[in-house]
Design a protein around this ligand. Sequence first.
Ligand code: COI
Length: 364
Amino acid sequence: MSNITITRTTKSRLSETDYDNLGFGQQFSDHMFQMEYRDGQWRDPAIVPFGDVSISPAALALHYGQSVFEGLKAYRGVDDKVRLFRPDMNYQRLMTSCERLCMPRMDESTFVDALIALTQLEVDWIPRKRGQSFYLRPLMVATEPSLQVRPAEQFMFFIMASPVREFFDENIPAVSLKVEQEFTRAAPGGMGYAKTAGNYAAAINPGQKSIAAGYDQVLWLDGRDHRYVEEVGQMNIFFRFTDRIVTPELRGTILPGITRDSTIALLKERGMPCEERLIDIQEIVDGVKSGELLEAFGTGTAAVIAPVGKLNFNGEDLLVNAGAAGDLSQSLYDELLGIQQGEVEDTHGWTVPVPIETAVAAPA
Ligand code: COI
């Protein structure tokens, strides 16, 4: 999209940003992309200084949840090149989410060009340290003021960016998960496959309860029988047994993760195909008890590959791999990050280079 107007900040916050203490999504870069949808068209694409926006308290997104988002990362490679990872997949998933929530489509080039333009402008914000990256958060919300329960006719689309460290604390060797047996995240026919605010809102209360009980996150089971493993809410989940690797199949109730898809492809190339199917939680419990479950790990854009060291089910703590990170999750992490950072050849065409020769660095 060559028609993006750019208004630069007069005062960069870059020099005040402490890259030794990056959280996740707590510091935002100097600029953001925005455009507006009205009269059936996306219009006025612009990059502007990051800051508050004014919307009506009657904006439909605030009341009835017409809000969808994405998450992807830009990496500065060991070769100093900047790459986005699979933005085409984020586009496809955003369009799927929009369809589910009656929100407007946009062209793939509008989406990807906006990501590239913002990344170019913010190139100096992209961390160089291994494990850090530049998280891009596209967001579409219904801004039309109305209290009627119906699809809005006015929307805003934003892309904001945040230099981030790894999602889970580097000092945690492996995360602990409480298998959620009371609440559900999604049900058949619901919107579990869409990346929409409501799915995350549904997870807040159970998530807080699991933290209070001493666990990092919840592991969701299916909404009908509370029996089959679904996802973690911020990650998809994989289990490695002595003779098989399994992950829950996509059947409309879990998020089709891009790191999930990439992990399945990498496993296949290693001659370790992953079964995508229903996984009864009892299969996992039995595997821990018999010693056949060797590893569990989550995958996600924010989390990358996060080893799981403990599961709590029926009030019992089950240690996976003695609570430590396993070899497979470590090697998948290394391979994936290697591709993202240009250390490992990208034979899949997953990375999209961001030309930085023409980039204008944010003023210091
Ligand atoms: C991501 O991995 O990009 C996510 O959206 C997870 C996020 C809600 C922290």
